[in-house]
Design a binder for this molecule. Structure first.
Ligand SMILES: C[S@@+](CC[C@H](N)C(=O)[O-])C[C@H]1O[C@@H](n2cnc3c(N)ncnc32)[C@H](O)[C@@H]1O
Length: 337
């Protein structure tokens, strides 16, 4: 039998690592899902004590905890386990910096497991489409995950925009309100409206209170496919929205946004925009599958697709700006001033 070449040997290792990484991911997600880091808190404990606290099998919990040591998420000394300084700070429920949003990735694993069937069928095989028909637990984890990314990105995104003359911002699918908070903090005479599903708006209220947001943010519950946005806005933000929709839904949405804007107003779309051949950038290309497994018609889109929707809705001066965080802004102006 022919001996593998050096390059082939490297590819064998690459494939082996791909599979092993999936196993490591699962180890972390299971520990998170079971509240294992929380059960340890700031203490040293035996695996039997942790198993009792999380209601799991002793031997299996012990093996899981050993593997968590192997991947650097726990420590073990003299038979006692402890969190690392990092996991104690971020993965223990009740700590101020707890990363609650990882529960969203626990849910995503379930949808990603249906990829084979979704490819056969051409769309999600999961019965319910989130967030519209997701339960409270799913929605809370989803918004927590979105908030984690948004709160650090929002001030940077807002600083990339010219806000002169902008008095009213419409934040469509605004989620936790992180972007609206950044807008109102950037300019004293600016008011923002977060528009989101009614069940999300009650969470938005909590995030605004927790972050001590200025009172210049209005909350409106509705469905962006069917509700009217009103009018008089100078800027409309659609951040991480177009990837949930089909091209036709996006055409309709962009037209509604045009109606809601004042003449001269701008639409700002932030999303993971794929290159024209759709093989990169890596996050955007892979995210297309995230939307395939979870939605009827969501996808990641190319710049020329988004441009065509904006042109069709009458926007001009369409520009593209890449952000430092793997997203792209596509900005258009409503003619008139
Ligand atoms: C991926 S999150 C983005 C949140 C935020 N804009 C950001 O960039 O972090 C999508 C948001 O759109 C909202 N959403 C989804 N479908 C909606 C609909 N039909 N009507 C209104 N909001 C919707 C979700 O509840 C969620 O807050």
């Amino acid at each position: 039998v022919e001996k593998p070449t050096r390059e082939e040997e490297q590819n064998f290792r690459y494939l082996r690592d791909l599979v092993a990484n999936a196993q490591k991911s699962r180890i972390f997600l299971t520990a998170f899902e079971l509240g294992l880091f929380t059960a340890l808190g700031d203490e040293n404990k035996t695996s039997a004590e942790v198993a009792a606290a999380i209601g799991c099998d002793e031997r299996a919990t012990d093996r899981l905890m050993n593997a968590l040591c192997t991947i650097g998420l726990l420590r073990k000394q003299d038979g006692l386990f402890s969190n690392t300084p990092f996991t104690a700070k971020y993965l223990v429920r009740g700590k101020p910096q707890y990363l609650a949003g990882y529960q969203h990735f626990v849910h995503l694993w379930q949808t990603w497991s249906t990829l084979t069937d979704a490819v056969r069928r051409g769309r999600s095989v999961v019965r319910r489409e989130p967030p519209a028909d997701a339960d409270e637990e799913w929605t809370e984890a989803f918004i927590a995950a979105m908030h984690w990314f948004a709160k650090s990105r929002a001030p940077a995104l807002v600083s990339m925009l010219d806000l002169s003359g902008v008095k009213r911002v419409l934040d469509i699918g605004g989620g936790s309100g992180a972007y609206s908070m950044a807008f109102v903090r950037a300019k004293d005479d600016l008011r923002a409206t977060v528009f989101d599903l009614p069940k999300v708006i009650s969470l938005t209220k909590r995030y605004l209170e927790a972050e001590g947001a200025p009172d210049r943010i209005e909350l409106v519950g509705g469905n962006f496919h069917t509700s009217d946005f009103g009018e008089g806005f100078d800027l409309a933000l659609l951040s991480a929205i177009i990837h949930s929709n089909s091209p036709q839904q996006n055409r309709d949405l962009v037209k509604k946004v045009a109606k809601a804007l004042n003449p001269g107003g701008r639409i700002v779309i932030q999303d993971f925009i794929v290159n024209e051949d759709r093989t990169g950038p890596p996050f955007a290309a892979i995210f297309a599958l995230n939307m395939l497994v979870a939605t009827e018609a969501g996808d990641t889109y190319t710049e020329s697709e988004v441009r065509s929707w904006l042109e069709e809705a009458g926007f001009s001066e369409i520009q593209r700006q890449d952000t430092p965080f793997e997203t792209t802004l596509i900005i258009g102006r409503k003619p008139g001033v």
